[in-house]
Design a protein around this ligand. Structure first.
Ligand code: ATP
Ligand code: MG
Length: 572
């Protein structure tokens, strides 16, 4: 498809604000010019396309600047975390094309160190054990306009704090009986600085540390320590942590340990896309989708199963850029990047989604010709293949109209059309079902002089359609997908409804009697191709279970996005 080149964001690397910060740090010889980043997922779900932005950014910057990027599991909440998510995340980051070498870390490996640091803060009089419950802590926190209230336990003597904290660790108390809080300032204008909780009691087994711990660190306490331990230079996170940065800095400063720089950027928001692990989990648990890797899911595993390529996702991540301001990106841009990549690489084949049988009455009964077809017009090295042609073929139902409207260039009664790579045919008769009146077959004749799709007399036809030979056809199931959401942005809707209310129940359409050219008979799971005129497709892993090919439609051919955009701008 022709794309208007000036309408899509450029792929050349833009010196965005994080690159500017790093360039300046290198110029100042900060950290001796090292660039060490990390991607810190919490293993409480599978990764989504938003995470891909963060992965490409963190690993990409490390590559660019000759540094390194750590993969670190932020596994501080055992109640929600599972080994299957850890495994899935590792697979997804690898698939995206990134490598952390030996730098795979777990926050839980640092629990002992963190604990010791907490004792140091207690000894410095900067942390205390509070018996207030969650409701009281919330109530005493104050509001944006009103200062909070100090807990009665705030001035507990430090010896008592230390004793209680050790007993918390030893498992002497029930969940919720005590928390450890930093002692900062209950009147601080930044609510995060109002004596934030550092540890809570949680008698839950951890996927890695098992029963070793019954107190677990809170994110704000843990994260900076993890970054510090690993010598991270640029701790890049999303904008919602901007207000937490003073606390990140406070902990590191009070402990006097190595202090990485936290930098915030705007998260990726995509229209027509659910993008929160909590909501994605809800879709899985309510069986609205067929698991985390359902091809409609915006998870990396879902996109992979749908037929997205890592190249397309990385290209997308670069094009959307990095900014400080929240915005909504058009899903069309992601699809555009995908088409650009697949157009270069996907072999072309013929597949009929909704078959209509044709008998070519003047073609010899038992004759089969193997005709040459081009594998990829965009890539000469892809070569050619042979496709069988015979007296009976399938075409798409909508490539025929008995009484065509003006401008219809495909097949109609009495008209001539070109069969791709084959012959000109003319339709002479329509066979209908006696009971339903539905068209069930067409009788056509072919012009033997038009082999390969061209005639000696130079006679022209307006339409070219694809086809598949009946005796050679491979029966397949094809799954067509549309977006899960029926509105671009559920949060922007006037009525306050749950996002679940905006889910399209018909976002999956299954076609059962599709007919494919024989070259696709044993295509393995993950194989991708373009069905001419129909879009890009890939083989689903269900093929193995079903015993016949199952294809997912990855994306349609039409690219409306590049044409719709008013300017060279990815952001709506
Ligand atoms: P979600 O909000 O979707 O549930 P999360 O932020 O809780 O995701 P984490 O596992 O904590 O998920 O995220 C790991 C990293 O990915 C964090 O650094 C986070 O900032 C980043 N990240 C998460 N969502 C996005 C997004 N939409 N765009 C860019 N980065 C993101
Ligand atoms: Mg998070």
């Amino acid at each position: 498809m022709k794309i208007e080149e000036n309408k899509v964001p450029k792929t050349d690397k833009v010196i965005h604000f994080i690159r500017q910060i790093i360039n300046q740090d290198i110029a100042d010889n900060k950290n001796e010019g090292r660039v060490i980043t990390r991607f810190p997922p919490e293993p409480n779900g599978f990764l989504h396309i938003g995470h891909a932005k963060s992965i490409c950014l963190n690993f990409g910057l490390a590559q660019e600047y000759g540094g390194r990027c750590h993969l670190r599991f932020d596994d501080t909440n055992p109640v929600k975390e599972e080994q299957k998510y850890i495994d899935g995340i590792i697979e997804d980051v690898r698939w995206l094309g990134f490598d952390w070498g030996e730098h795979l870390y777990y926050a839980s490996d640092y629990f002992e160190k963190m604990y010791k640091w907490a004792e140091i803060l207690i000894q410095k009089g900067l942390a205390f054990v509070d018996s207030a419950n969650a409701d009281q802590i919330r109530e005493w926190r104050g509001t944006l306009t009103q200062p909070g209230k100090e807990s009665p336990d705030r001035n507990r003597p430090f010896g008592e704090n230390l004793d209680l904290f050790r007993r918390m660790r030893a498992g002497e108390f029930e969940d919720g009986a005590y928390v450890l809080r930093a002692k900062i300032d209950m009147a601080h204008p930044n609510m995060n600085m109002r004596d934030p909780v550092m540890y809570r009691i949680l008698k839950a087994a951890h996927p890695r540390t098992g029963e070793d711990w019954c107190i677990y660190p809170m994110y704000d306490w843990a994260h900076g320590l993890e970054d510090s331990i690993e010598g991270i230079t640029h701790s890049i996170c999303t904008l919602e942590f901007e207000d937490h940065r003073p606390l990140y800095d406070w902990f590191l400063d009070q402990l006097g340990i190595y202090h990485p720089q936290q930098i915030e950027f705007a998260r990726l928001n995509l229209n027509y896309t659910v993008m929160s692990k909590r909501k994605l989990l809800q879709l899985v648990q309510n069986r609205i989708v067929d698991g985390w890797d359902d091809p409609r899911m915006p998870t990396i595993s879902g996109l992979r199963r749908r037929g997205y390529t890592p190249e397309a996702i990385r290209d997308f991540a670069e094009r959307i850029g990095v900014a400080k301001r929240e915005s909504m990106v058009d899903i069309g841009l992601l699809e555009h990047c995908l088409r650009e990549d697949l157009n270069k690489r996907a072999p072309r084949v013929m597949g009929v989604l909704k078959p209509l049988k044709i008998t070519i009455t003047n073609y010899p009964e038992d004759q089969v010709e193997w005709l040459e077809a081009v594998n990829n017009p965009e890539d000469e090295s892809a070569g050619v293949r042979k496709v069988p042609f015979s007296r009976e073929i399938y075409i798409e139902q909508d490539d025929f109209m008995e009484i065509p409207p003006k401008g219809y260039h495909r097949l109609s009664l009495g008209s001539e059309v070109r069969l791709r790579y084959a012959y000109y045919i003319t339709c002479n008769q329509v066979v209908k079902d006696k009971n339903t009146g539905e068209i069930c077959e067409l009788l056509c004749t072919f012009d033997p002089e038009s082999r390969g799709g061209y005639t000696a007399d130079g006679r022209k036809v307006k339409g070219t359609i694809h086809w598949v030979s009946v005796p050679h056809a491979v029966d397949a199931e094809i799954r067509l997908y549309s977006s899960l959401l029926i509105v671009a942005d559920p949060d922007a809707e006037k009525e306050e409804r749950e996002f679940i209310d905006y889910i399209d129940p018909d976002s999956l359409q299954i076609l059962n009697h599709c007919k494919l050219e024989p070259s696709l008979k044993d295509a393995p799971a993950g194989y991708f191709c373009q069905f001419e005129r129909k879009g890009y497709f890939c083989v689903d892993r269900d093929s193995v279970r079903c015993g016949y090919p199952v294809f997912n439609r990855t994306v349609e051919l039409r690219d409306s996005w590049a044409k719709m955009q008013p300017s060279n701008n990815a952001v709506l």
